[in-house]
Ligand binder design. Structure first.
Ligand SMILES: [Zn+2]
Length: 307
């Protein structure tokens, strides 16, 4: 990859689009990122050097002989949108701290809002952590809600209920100075929270939470300390949940300020997006872009998205 690193260095969307001046440049860049110069047949998995064709490759394995391009098996497959547009969308979505709305992206890239919406969701699929997340050291855990507030809904959308049941609950775990993991949960109860914690935090780690009772039992597997928010104590020695609360604050600014609404169906995708951004916060925008592009080998079909 060193050859890419040297030439690939940008600090703005203008520099990115200058570099990716045409589809050919994008494709050869993506071939380098995905295969490191050694194409792999997505049909049979063969590493045998394929034949070059006008539009891409043809597998040289006798039993396969299928055609493919670098886009097969990735989020870009079956998309008529140029890679240049995709790359700009990835850059814009991941560089903005609070994300970007489909309306804004459609204006920035001169595409329809429907296309922008689809691109953003497919990119979120790419941002989803593919490997299990295991946190350790000192980990803060906290639950929060988005949505709800019946009185703020349009009349015909009011559900006639208020409070917790009307909102979407989420659990977040953040390693002090490290990564974050967050997911939607059915309810902030002991039964729901405990397994998420044991699956994502190494046993014996320091666990910091507020005084919510749901953490008490699972806390016995950790060095568990809590701050008493009810007494307005937010920091007690090094015990605090301020880091995860900062993450929630940013997430909510994005959801309410940029996306304006969210549905239960898509909340995990928004969480993936915000986690991915947080977990790459130490990278430069070009490194982050390349890092995400390496994860593009999955495809969210329209059917799965709207179905
Ligand atoms: Zn093949």
């Amino acid at each position: 990859m060193t050859n890419i690193k040297n030439i690939f260095n940008f600090k703005s969307v203008i520099e990115l689009l200058d570099y990716f001046k045409d589809e050919k440049t994008c494709i050869s860049f993506y071939e380098q990122v995905r295969w490191n110069g050694q194409p792999v047949c997505p049909h049979c998995g063969s590493f045998k050097t394929p034949y070059r064709t006008a539009k891409g490759f043809k597998c040289s394995e006798k039993l396969c002989h299928k055609k493919f391009t670098v886009k097969v098996g990735t989020i870009f497959e079956q998309s008529h949108i140029p890679l240049r547009t995709w790359f700009a969308a990835i850059y814009l979505q991941t560089a903005h701290k609070k994300g970007i709305s489909s309306l804004q992206l459609s204006r920035d890239l001169n595409i329809t809002q429907k296309t922008a919406w689809y691109l953003l969701h497919r990119i979120r699929e790419m941002l989803r952590a593919k490997e299990p997340v295991m946190l350790k050291g000192t980990v803060e855990a906290d639950e929060t809600y988005v949505g709800g507030r019946d009185k703020n809904r349009h009349k015909h959308k009011r559900k006639g209920v208020t409070g917790v049941g009307d909102k979407i609950a989420m659990l977040g775990l953040v390693e002090r100075g490290g990564r974050v993991y967050a997911q939607r949960i059915k309810a902030p109860t002991r039964e729901v929270i405990s397994p998420v914690i044991t699956e994502h935090i190494e046993l014996g780690s320091n666990l910091h939470t507020d005084e919510h009772g749901a953490y008490i039992e699972v806390g016995k597997k950790y060095n568990h300390k809590s701050v008493r928010h009810i007494l307005q104590i937010y920091v007690d020695g090094d015990v605090t949940t301020n880091t995860i609360e900062g993450f929630w604050a940013n997430l909510k600014r994005g959801i309410y300020g940029i996306y304006h609404y969210t549905s239960e169906k898509h909340i995990n995708r928004y969480l993936d997006e915000f986690c991915a951004r947080y977990n790459t916060r130490h990278l430069g925008e070009d490194e982050r872009f390349e890092n995400f592009l390496r994860q593009s080998e999955s495809r969210l079909t329209w059917k799965r998205l709207v179905g």
